[in-house]
Each structure stands twice: as C-alpha cells, then as structure tokens.
Design a protein around this ligand. Structure first.
Ligand code: ZN
Ligand code: ZN
Length: 554
C-alpha cells in the first residue's frame, strides 16, 4: 500500500461522507494536506480500471482486489438528496472585520433585513505559520432567482450586492453496488500506488469543448453521494500533485525553474484561498473545471512542474498575517496595474501597480515610495544613466507613450526569451468606424465619432472608455468589458490614434497597446525574465507582490 492510501485510511469510512462535505482541510499521516477534487457528479454509473489492478473498499467492508484488465462498475441503486437551503450572501466579513459581525448584523436588522451569520473557511498550518481564510457570511433566505423589490432597494441603498449560495443542512446518501457489495461509498486505489483510470469523465460542462474523456488519476478515488443523491467522483489528491498538475496550464513547463517555483507558490496560494470557501454543497473542496482550476490528473503532469512544486513544498506567500491574494497575468507590458483598477475591490498594498524593471534594492521597500524608487531605479545596460526610461506611474497618455517607446531591454517582461515573438508585449489593433459602431451599438450612442480613455490606473490600464457618438456619449467601465467588446483586445493599456476624413469624420482608430492580460500582480513573462537574469523565486515574488513574504506552512 502507498503512503497516501495508508494515510487516507485514517479517515474512517463512517465519517467519509461527513469529511468530504465538512470542508475541513484533510491531512495524511505525514501531515501533508490531501485535497478532495471533484471530477464529476450526477452519475448513475461509474466505470473504473487499474493497469495493475485496484483495491476497492465498499462502505466499511473489507478491501477487495479487482485484477488488471477488469472494469469495476459502480452503480447507484437508490439515493436521497441533501437538504439544502437557498440563500443570498449580502455581505462577507474577512479577517479582522469578522470581529464586528454582531454590529454588522444589527445594522442590517435596523435596515429591516434579518440576516443569519455563517462562518466558513478555517485556520490551518503545522509549522507555526497559519493560513487563516475564515470569513463570516451575512445571509438572507433566497426564494427564486431574484431578490424581491424591497430587499433589492435596501441592498442598493447601501452599496451591497447579493450572490447566491446553496447551504447544506443535511447530508445526502446513496446506496450503491460495486464489486458484489452494497454500501454508501466506494474507495478505489491503484494496486501498488498505480494510477486509477476513470472512464468517461464529463468535463467542460457549459463550454464548447464539453465532452467525456478517460482520466488517469493519482491517489485515491472516492465515489460518494452528490447533493442530488446521485454519484459523485472525487479524487483525493495530495497537495503537491495538485499544484504540479495545474502548473503546466498556467506557465510554460519549459520556463526557468525559479519562475516555475514562483508560479507554484502562487498556485498553492490560490488553492488554499479556496479551501473551505466554496462548493459548500458538494463533496469536494475544489472542482477540476475552470471555476476552481483545471485539473486533468496524471495526463497534465510534467517533471519540471513536479520539481517546482516539490522545491516549494508547503510554502505560501503572506502579507503580514494574511494569505497573499496571488493574482497574475501573462505579460504586464512593462508596468503592472493596481488590482482595484482591474476589479471592483478595495486597494491592497501588495497589489499596487509598479514598473516591471530591475530595482537597485527590491527587498527593502515595504511599500511604494515613489521618491525612493526613482533614485533606486537602476535599469541594467546603457539605458541606466539616463532618466528613468519606464515611467513609475503611467496614469497619463504621455506616460503610456513613453512606456510604449521605451527600449524592450528596460523591462523584465521585455527581456524574457519566451517573449521575443508574438504580440504579448506590444500590439496594435485597427478598427474601422463601422466595427466600432457594432461594438458599442447596444449603448445607443449611434454612429461612433470618438473613443478615448477617460481615466487610467497607476499602471496605465483604462478605468473607463468614453464612447462619443452621433446620439449620445457612454462610458464603459473597467478593462475587461472593453477588451471583450473590442474583439478580445490583448489588454486595457493602450493609446488611441484616430484617422479622419477631409470632413473630420471618424474613419478608423488604431490602438497601440502593451501587455497581455489584466496586468495585476505577477507578470509571468517578467518572472521568466527575472529568473533568466538569476533571480530566485522569493525575489520574483517580492518584486511583484510588494511586502509579501514566503513562509512554510506545511
Ligand atoms: Zn469549482
Ligand atoms: Zn511585465
């Protein structure tokens, strides 16, 4: 038996369903986290094979061997759905704000809304540093898929927004048949630690690539009741394998190891931020789809990704006591953007925009102090001695122009050997006026006469695009909606050049832009550029997440 199998055997079968639905972090016997990953749900029948045979445990029965070349068929004979409560979350209190929960609840009460409080998330860690992702959800009952008018007005009046939640009040159950036995769950391990092949795993539900595929999985596979009393397939994956498995879809597996290690720490951070904070009515902590992180099991593994996960084992990035919110994008184009410009959220000191250039002393700055940064700006090569070639703040059109024409060697992402082709670093897109008319037709502006960036964040990304037309002027807020309207524009960091006819009518615009992706947090191409210049992963993370520190938790 493998270590993992031994380890998970510590979870008592009688408590298995409770454990899967509890959203507590599960550990193996060596103190390593084991994450239940949802592979699929809603099945009546599941077929599993093992190239070296399977060890199958139905309920609390004795383990049964299924020989190689034989399929294990798990069939549902009956089931009882979970008791679910439909709720709206109207406010979420994180971290220190949780201490004010009674006052916050009383405030909603005084506005005429009776809220219930739900505590979610947890505190975990074994090496002194702990991850605390607890939150208190303020919830109200949900009937139908829309708020009633009066409640909607109360929320709008206080700048609050509702999001739906399914809360589990009583566990579901199934009776299933497998290997000639009946029971409430089946646990399946590959003989001698070999892979478990699950046939016809449904994937990409709701996406064009939706389909079924056979998935070889590492660790133990559990078939347990889903919330509807059907069969769910859950893979118990050790945390390193999960981090290693998602890395190749986030960064080139051929990237320098230190860049991969930086990405491994961010991937682990994203994973642990989710544990206990979602899928409240499912028998897993994360799913294997876009919603959480795409996980394809063994087929996505790469030895370098595994090495990056192993060499950062148990490490997470923190800002003070809090887990860093480790967002990243493909290429910042020379300047990262503040997260609150990209998304509707409070500003965070670790996620302010900054020039993606070498600093003389990247370690010792707890926060962005522009005066210090300006004097410390030590761009390597012969551009060093001139005035800063990359503006430290890119809020003006002139600063964006300066960024666009700066030497590529001035920035980390410009230097990345993985970034010398393609249009991730600098790009142009031309739109005929008729294309603009179509892109903004639903805003009722009529024929477009001008588009302009109304306001920018410190990293130059638009906060709003102003669209002037023959009938009206409209504003499109935030970069992603603008990028979507303009045929998936590379980024929200661009200047607009106009072409007009003799009568002054708009003929076309050309957008000259920088970067690929939202630009907040770590620049992946920049991380590669830094690693190629000899930076280690801790230096890379400190560069992109100001004030963040890597600590070992497990
Ligand atoms: Zn999910
Ligand atoms: Zn960059």
């Amino acid at each position: 038996m493998t270590g993992l199998l031994l380890a998970v055997a510590l979870v008592l079968p009688a408590g298995l369903i409770e454990d899967l639905y509890s959203h507590r972090l599960l550990f193996d016997d060596s103190g390593r986290p084991v994450i239940p990953v949802g592979m699929m749900q809603g099945r009546d029948r599941v077929v599993v094979e093992g190239e070296r045979g399977l060890i199958v445990t139905v309920g609390e029965g004795a383990p049964v061997d299924v020989p190689p070349g034989t399929s294990l068929v798990v069939e549902r004979s009956s089931g009882r759905p979970a008791k679910l409560r439909a709720l709206w979350i109207i406010e979420t209190l994180e971290g220190a704000a949780r201490a004010t929960r009674r006052n916050v609840a009383a405030r909603w009460q005084s506005r005429g809304l009776h809220v219930d409080l739900l505590d979610v998330g947890g505190v975990y860690g074994v090496k002194g540093t702990v991850v605390d992702n607890r939150a208190t959800l303020m919830v109200i009952p949900r009937v139908g898929d829309r708020l009633d008018e009066a409640t909607a007005q109360v929320l709008a009046g206080h700048g609050a927004r509702e999001s739906p939640l399914e809360w589990l009040d009583a566990l579901p159950s199934v009776e299933l048949r497998a290997a000639g036995q009946r029971g409430p769950t089946v646990r399946i391990a590959g003989n001698g630690g070999s892979h478990v092949l699950v046939r016809d795993v449904e994937h990409s539900v709701g996406y064009p690539e939706h389909g079924f595929v056979d998935r070889p999985l590492r660790g133990e596979v559990v078939v347990a009741p889903d919330k509807d009393g059907k069969l769910a397939v859950v893979n118990l994956v050790d945390e390193d394998a999960l981090v290693a498995g998602v890395l190749p879809s986030e960064m080139f597996a051929t990237a320098p190891l230190e860049a991969l290690k930086a990405q491994a720490v961010t991937a682990r951070g994203e994973l642990f931020a989710k544990i206990g904070r979602r899928h409240f009515a499912d028998p897993h902590q994360v799913c294997s789809e876009q919603h959480c992180q795409v996980y394809k099991g063994v087929s996505a593994e790469h030895p370098r990704a595994r090495q990056a996960a192993d060499e950062t084992r148990g490490e997470l990035a923190f800002v003070g006591e809090r887990l860093l919110e480790s967002v990243y994008s493909a290429c910042c184009g020379g300047h990262t953007e503040a997260a609150d410009v990209v998304w509707d959220r409070p500003s965070q000191s670790a996620l302010t925009g900054r020039a993606d250039v070498p600093y003389a002393d990247p370690m010792s700055r707890p926060s962005l102090a522009l005066g210090i940064e300006r004097s410390a700006l030590a761009v390597l090569g012969k551009h060093d001695r001139q005035a800063p070639v990359i503006p430290l703040d890119v809020r003006s059109d002139a600063a964006v122009e300066a960024l666009l024409v700066a030497p590529r060697q001035a920035t980390w992402c410009g230097r990345s050997s993985f970034n010398q082709k393609g249009d991730a670093y600098r790009w142009t897109r031309r739109f005929m006026r008729t294309e603009l008319d179509a892109a903004f037709a639903d805003l009722g502006v009529g024929t477009v006469t001008r588009i302009a960036v109304d306001e920018r964040g410190p990293g130059g990304r638009l906060r709003a695009l102003r669209v002037e037309g023959s009938k009206a002027t409209a504003r499109v807020l935030r970069e992603l909606p603008v990028r979507r309207r303009l045929g998936n524009l590379r980024s929200g960091l661009f200047v607009v050049d106009e072409e007009r006819d003799g009568a002054g009518g708009l003929v076309a615009v050309t957008l000259r832009g920088a970067g690929f992706g939202h630009g907040a947090g770590m620049c992946q191409q920049g991380a590669i550029g830094m690693a190629e210049a000899g930076a280690d992963y801790r230096t890379i993370l400190r560069h992109y997440y100001v004030g963040a520190a890597v600590k070992q938790v497990f």
